[in-house]
Design a protein around this ligand. Structure first.
Ligand SMILES: Cc1ncc(COP(=O)(O)O)c(C=O)c1O
Length: 416
């Protein structure tokens, strides 16, 4: 039996790796054993503003003093301000926000909104995707987290990914006709009655699969032809992670629904949202929106999110992510060159190094690096190490961390 009176997630309890977090500042967090870690993963991809931000903590305190409990139909300034900020960030086509407590619930409610609006039951998502752990969201999810609980929500059809380094359609760059994108239109025609297509702008935890520039516009056109909604799951990519406010803003497209969480309050409070396009929002003026939550737009979470968004602006954190994106890319390329192998993919401060060996070996990286007096938090999935530091990281911190990571990679895989 594990020593703890609660479950650890996504693991057999005996295999759990407890992390005794005690605090942190900026790009660093501290642990109970006196450790100080450079956080190259923003914990679970949520700490975009960085650790220990006093402004956000104080905003939560002020809100708790003023109004700490609300009802779903309550109206108060932080709720309205947050919705307005999200709409401004998404663009003029978006007119309403539905609040949730996290990312899975955002996708859960996007599923419902799409179904109510279209009257259709089927959905399309990709294999290399994660959309959350609740029944609907995990049914959308394509990765290993879905099969264990199937059958979940019926009617989700999975399609292949924009995985250019190992193209599922067997194409090379020269011969590629963007089959990964056109296939989605083909599948929609064959399936019929598709309500929505759920896509992460850049699949994050499944390997940072940056799509070719035509990908999203092709899928957008296919959705329009099929009468299906296009949902951008920005839970991981939103709030500057890729160097733009939202990931989809790298391409000339407008989704119908945008789901957000993680960076929205940067982990300082539990909040997510669905940002809704005007044409869909209008439908619910005279149709019941059959969705709701007791803790809809909790005051302290709204206050945390508003302050988080102010911090993004004041500290120009999206710009910092855009500026440091090429630095992360250069350092990843350097690591791949040092170990003489690997695919590098990145957009802004979201990067991946995929090697051709099962990465149980990445598990030793923490120890290897600790031995070099620098502990790094890096997310490792199967054959891929993924990098998503807080957007406040400095160039020097990023370079130091990536070089230390390179040393550990050489220790694990050999060569220079
Ligand atoms: C793209 C994406 N969507 C949804 C989720 C689920 O969010 P949450 O864990 O807040 O439910 C995640 C979490 O990792 C995610 O990366």
């Amino acid at each position: 039996m594990s020593d703890f009176p609660f479950f650890f997630t996504w693991t057999a309890q005996q295999g759990a790796k407890p992390l005794e977090l005690t605090g942190g500042e900026g790009a660093w967090f501290t642990t109970g054993d006196g450790g100080r870690w450079l956080d190259l993963g923003a914990l679970s991809y949520q700490v975009n503003v960085g650790h220990g931000n006093r402004r956000i903590v104080e905003a939560i305190k002020r809100q708790a003093d003023q109004l700490c409990i609300s009802a779903p139909n309550a109206v108060f300034p932080a709720k309205t301000e947050l919705a307005n900020r999200l709409l401004a960030m998404a663009g003029p086509q978006f007119t309403k926000v539905f609040f949730t407590l996290g990312g899975a619930e955002a996708n859960e409610n996007a599923l419902k909104i799409a179904r109510l609006f279209t009257g259709r039951l089927k959905n399309i998502a990709r294999y290399r995707s994660y959309h959350g752990a609740s029944m609907g969201a995990v049914a959308l999810t394509g990765d290993w987290r879905r099969p264990a609980i199937e059958p979940a929500l019926p009617g989700v059809v999975h399609v292949q990914d924009c995985y250019c380094d190992r193209c599922p359609f067997g194409k090379r760059v020269e011969s590629c006709a963007r089959e990964c994108a056109t296939n989605i239109g083909d599948v929609m025609k064959l399936e019929q009655g598709v309500s929505a297509v759920f896509l992460e702008p850049v699949p994050g935890a499944n390997g940072v699969l940056v799509p070719p520039p035509e990908y999203w516009p092709i899928v957008r056109r296919a959705c329009d032809e099929a009468g299906a909604l296009l949902v951008a799951d920005e839970v991981l990519t939103g709030f500057g992670r890729t160097g733009k406010p939202f990931g989809f803003q790298h391409w000339d497209v407008v989704p119908d629904l945008i789901t957000v969480a993680k960076g929205l309050a940067s982990g300082y409070a539990t909040i997510g949202a669905v940002i809704v396009h005007e044409r869909i929002a209008k439908y619910f003026e005279d149709h019941v929106l059959a969705a709701g939550l007791t803790y809809y737009a909790h005051p302290t979470a709204c206050a945390a999110a508003v302050e988080t968004m102010k911090v993004y602006d004041d500290e120009r954190l999206y710009e910092n992510a855009a500026r440091l994106g090429p630095v992360l890319r250069r350092e990843l390329d350097a690591v791949a060159a040092r170990i003489g192998r690997g695919f590098v993919r990145s957009l802004g401060l979201l990067g991946a190094l995929e090697v051709d060996a099962p990465l149980a070996q990445w598990g030793v990286l923490g120890k290897e690096l600790a031995a070099r007096r620098l502990s790094l938090h890096v997310d490792g999935k199967r054959a891929t190490a993924i990098f998503a530091p807080p957007l406040c990281i400095s160039e020097q911190e990023l370079v130091t961390g990536m070089r230390a990571f390179g040393d550990a990679a050489v220790a694990a895989f050999g060569t220079t």
